[in-house]
Design a protein around this ligand. Structure first.
Ligand SMILES: Cc1cc2nc3c(=O)[nH]c(=O)nc-3n(C[C@H](O)[C@H](O)[C@H](O)COP(=O)(O)O)c2cc1C
Length: 179
């Protein structure tokens, strides 16, 4: 299977990137064709809502979203890694998901999505709104579903996730993705 992991934090020593790395290692060890993309340094402009993608099958904005969206189309499994920002996902991930609108209603391959989240707070309710945001996106792709969310709470400083049990969950969850 093709597993595509999209990591959206822009900071060095990113906690959610560490979750993405662990997930990628698990997927790779399970024998999947695994690719990880970071949004750091990428030029991804906002969707302007023209809906021309629904006629042309592609967005007219010629930036880095084009290639990422093509890879999203071809992947069997998608994993999104994001820091929680104001109880939602990062703006940069939301911007990419909006730009993935050419995939809507098309022949995308993905059937399964995973969400990897980090936050300073560690209460049960902390990831809820971010999870619902991603579920809302995935639910629009009727052949796909949000399979699992891995949340690492209580991590705020760079690299603070080191040793967190969620890293092991991220690895084992990806390791268990069936061929
Ligand atoms: C703009 C901004 C908003 C944030 N909002 C929240 C929040 O609502 N709840 C929370 O627990 N942590 C919040 N945080 C903390 C981050 O989620 C936390 O530092 C996370 O580990 C960052 O992940 P990263 O290292 O992958 O960027 C926020 C951080 C920033 C910069």
């Amino acid at each position: 299977m093709k597993v595509l992991i999209i990591s959206s934090s822009l900071r060095d020593g990113s906690n959610s990137q560490a979750l993405a790395d662990a997930f990628a290692e698990g997927a790779s060890d399970a024998g999947h064709i695994t690719e990880k993309i970071t949004l750091k340094g990428k030029d991804i402009r906002f969707c302007i809502g023209c809906l021309s993608c629904q006629k042309n099958g592609r967005c007219f904005i010629d930036d880095d979203a084009q290639e990422i969206v093509r890879k999203m189309h071809d992947a069997d499994v998608l994993a999104f890694a994001s820091p929680i920002y104001y109880f939602g996902i990062s703006g940069q991930l939301k911007t990419l998901l909006d730009r993935a609108n050419p995939l809507y209603g098309g022949d995308y391959h993905f059937r399964s999505a995973y969400l990897l989240l980090t936050a300073a707070e560690d209460s049960e309710s902390t990831p809820g709104k971010a999870v619902e945001c991603i579920r809302g996106w995935v639910d629009c792709f009727e052949r796909a579903s949000l399979t699992s969310t891995i949340f690492a709470g209580g991590v705020n400083e760079r690299n603070e996730i080191s040793g967190h049990e969620a890293l092991g969950y991220a690895y084992s969850t990806a390791r268990a993705i069936a061929q």
